[in-house]
Design a protein around this ligand. Structure first.
Ligand code: GLU
Length: 496
């Protein structure tokens, strides 16, 4: 094996890319790039029953959106492909044969019924979790118990079979995990793992080990849920006589209410679970990446904001935590706000035109939209909220917010109309935030009332809402004609 770092992200195309999967991809990518290594995408599509057509495309799209670049994969193959397991069947057969020949694996012809009977028999005799193992294999139909002529005969007749790994009876399997340290498992608890299924497809275990070896993977970085598969992989590496890659099992992502963040839990807690959801809901990619990087890792100081390039520089495996990482949605929104505010108003404005389905915004003058963005972007968490909170910049209020209306008091109409008379006198050039504020002060001073007494009803009249961006700057942008028209309508509708 060469000294260069080669990692792989090896998703099964069974659905949309989960954010847990995206974090695994990200950690692989950060680790590889930190060491000037390669990031390989391998599609583990051997389970035909769970195959989802659009999944591969979704994986590619999600990685590209996040800024994770693939050095070798199905779309840009290197020399060690193919990169889809379904296209590598011959390779797995060759290696399964090799294991049978070396005595590390065997053919098993047992039918589903026979396997069921075996389990039943063992359960009755007090074994709660029966296995096909060193003991039971002796009374089953396999190439270890049947005479070799019969095995040949069955194979020649095209009888269905599986290939199983001959797991040693009482051994301790040990390996070092870069995150967890020393890990050991007893083979006593392991099944004689199926390596090749009766449909000729390899199982995850065989394909995964063969490919990691053939693709010269130096580090396997994957979720903790795969830790219990690792002893089987260790046995396979030993059986083949291959050097094993370094192993690193990432901590689970936990739900805020405790337990693993499952799809169901995420849904009930309002957390989007697939990367696709984040794309569709207009999250900032940089924010999700920064947030996911910190979900199980930290650079060891109190810095929190880092670009992908900085994360590459900072990322080391010894700072990945063992314990589960709690998904804090508020923190993600905090990151999102940061990365949104960092962008020039002009950029946000043109993105808004792309994402909105409201024609009237697409037609709004660029300069006007940019100014509205400037007033709104510090008040929202996500870009699409600019359109909601700032809808009054694009159309007259259709209705007045119910809660805000509680602040429309008996004297509100009188104060608002006095204000209207003040600003009617202003020319278009004078219609500026500072002057509009002075006019308000002049009314409240005359009537000897507090600021809010006029401010709130005025905001309701002009925006339809009880809160929002700076009112005077907003009125300046809306312009004299619009502001006066809205005040007249509000007085008409709300006068008591
Ligand atoms: N195909 C497995 C998955 O879907 C890969 C696990 C591994 O990285 O070994 O996550």
């Amino acid at each position: 094996m060469s000294n260069s770092v080669r990692v792989r992200f090896a998703p099964s195309p069974t659905g949309y890319l989960h954010i847990g999967g995206l974090r695994t991809a990200l950690y692989n990518y950060l680790f590889a790039k930190h060491h000037n290594g390669d990031f390989i995408l391998r599609i583990e599509d051997t389970d035909q029953s769970r195959y989802v057509e659009e999944a591969e495309e979704d994986i590619l799209k999600s990685l590209a959106w996040s800024g994770i670049e693939i050095d070798e994969g199905p779309e840009n193959p290197g020399d060690l492909g193919p990169y889809r397991q379904s296209e590598r069947k011959d390779i797995y057969h060759k290696y399964a044969d090799q294991l049978i020949e070396s005595g590390h694996a065997y053919y098993a012809f047992d039918t589903t019924d026979e396997l069921g009977q075996m389990r039943e028999r063992l359960q009755k005799s007090g074994n709660p979790s029966p296995k096909y193992d060193a003991i039971t294999r002796q009374s089953m139909k396999n190439s270890l118990t049947l005479p070799s002529e019969e095995v040949e005969k069955r194979l020649d007749a095209g009888e269905e079979y599986v290939v199983r790994l001959k797991v040693p009876r009482r051994e301790t399997v040990r390996f070092e995990d870069l995150i967890r340290g020393h890990v050991s498992f007893e083979t006593k608890g392991l099944d004689d793992q199926v390596l090749l299924k009766s449909d000729g497809m390899p199982t995850y275990h065989l394909a995964n080990v063969v490919d990691d070896h053939e693709m010269q993977i130096s580090h396997v970085i994957r979720g903790e849920e795969w830790l219990s598969s690792t002893p089987k992989h260790v046995l396979l590496y030993q059986a083949f006589g291959w050097e094993m890659p370094e192993m690193a099992h990432l901590p689970l992502i936990m739900s805020p209410s405790g337990g693993k963040l499952s799809k169901r839990k995420a849904e009930s807690e309002g957390i989007p679970i697939n990367t696709k959801d984040y794309i569709e809901q207009h999250y900032e990619a940089d924010a999700l990446v920064n947030f996911l990087a910190y979900l199980g890792w930290s650079p060891g100081d109190d810095s929190e904001i880092h670009s992908l390039q900085e994360l590459i520089q900072l990322f080391t495996m010894d700072r990945v935590s063992k314990g589960g990482a709690v998904f804090n949605h508020k923190k993600l929104l905090w990151y999102n706000e940061h990365y949104l505010r960092e962008q020039p108003d002009k950029v946000i404005a043109s993105r808004l035109k792309e994402i909105t389905e409201r024609d009237q915004i697409k037609e709004v003058d660029d300069n006007y939209l940019e100014k509205a963005v400037g007033l709104l972007k510090d008040r929202v968490s996500k870009i699409d909220e600019i359109l909601e909170m700032g809808s009054f910049f694009f159309e007259d209020p259709k209705e007045y917010d119910e809660n805000a209306l509680k602040k429309w008091k008996a004297d509100s109409a009188e104060l608002v109309s006095l204000y209207k008379s003040e600003i009617e006198e202003l020319s278009d050039e004078e219609f500026k935030a500072a002057t509009l504020k002075t006019s308000l002060e002049s009314v409240i001073n005359k009537k000897e009332v507090g600021f809010g007494k006029l401010m709130m009803p005025l905001r309701i009249a002009v925006t339809g809402q009880g809160f929002g961006p700076d009112l005077f700057a907003s009125m300046e942008l809306l312009g004299k004609e619009t502001v006066l028209r809205r005040i007249v309508t509000a007085l008409d509708e709300l006068e008591q």
